[in-house]
Design a protein around this ligand. Structure first.
Ligand code: FE
Length: 233
């Protein structure tokens, strides 16, 4: 791709990604540019990785284990720490909801795939759901790598068309009076949900609260129980 076309697309993507409004409140999808074009160095790295695997110099299983660690362990724990801090510190929550980048930086989170973050808060009357309708834009610094279902076509399309149906598929049946807001993450803006603090967790410490927070609740497809997943009957 020549530099002129690349520059044009860069400007177009910047213009398209500036609005911080929900893509849909139950419906009404909007178009937005999503994925930044891979840089030349990214393409070279991908080619090199393919060659190393093909020649048997890199173990694909080891790579998968590494990815799994970031996807399930390291990444989501960062987001959980952010949510727990917001629950126990009202001033921090205000900063998170008004300037997420700065608030996340306070806890040491930021950087690639999380340069421009917006945090949206669930309440008893509003439930937020995050999707990337065109690809897989996702806040890496607070959630790690996206799960496979997040990148799937059914999730990407149905989240806008039938968000309550999607939530039902995750075992979450919301009362009709709760408004569902759908946020479309892009290369320019990536969203995270601040879920509701569960009832029955009033006496828990910040660290104990963080242990309750799940990846899915920060995407908006889950809610949080006061009992950690591993200890439920
Ligand atoms: Fe995207």
């Amino acid at each position: 791709m020549d530099e002129t076309r690349r520059a044009f697309l860069r400007v177009a993507m910047a213009a398209a990604g500036t609005a911080a409004a929900p893509v849909a409140s139950e419906a009404q999808p909007q178009r937005a540019e999503h994925q930044a074009l891979p840089s030349d160095i990214t393409l070279r790295v991908k080619s090199l990785e393919s060659l190393l695997v093909e020649k048997g110099l890199v173990d694909r299983k080891a790579l998968d284990a590494l990815i799994d660690t970031y996807e399930h362990k390291i990444g989501p724990r960062n987001g959980a720490r952010v949510v727990a801090r917001a629950w126990v510190d009202a001033a921090y929550k205000r900063r998170l909801l008004t300037d997420a980048d700065a608030a996340l930086a306070e806890l040491g989170y930021g950087g690639m795939q999380g340069e421009h973050m917006v945090a949206v808060e669930n309440s008893s009357s509003v439930h937020n759901l995050v999707v990337c309708t065109l690809c897989s834009c996702y806040p890496w610094p607070v959630l790690g790598l996206p799960p496979v279902w997040y990148k799937s076509a059914p999730y990407r399309s149905r989240s806008v068309i039938d968000p309550r149906g999607v939530l039902r598929g995750f075992g979450l049946e919301l009362p009709q009076e709760v408004e569902v807001r759908v946020w479309d993450s892009t290369a320019e803006l990536r969203y995270m949900v601040v879920p509701q603090r569960p009832l029955g967790a009033e006496t828990l410490s910040e660290e104990q609260l963080a242990a309750l927070v799940t990846r899915d609740s920060i995407i908006g497809v889950g809610v949080i129980s006061a009992t950690p997943a591993g200890t439920r009957p």
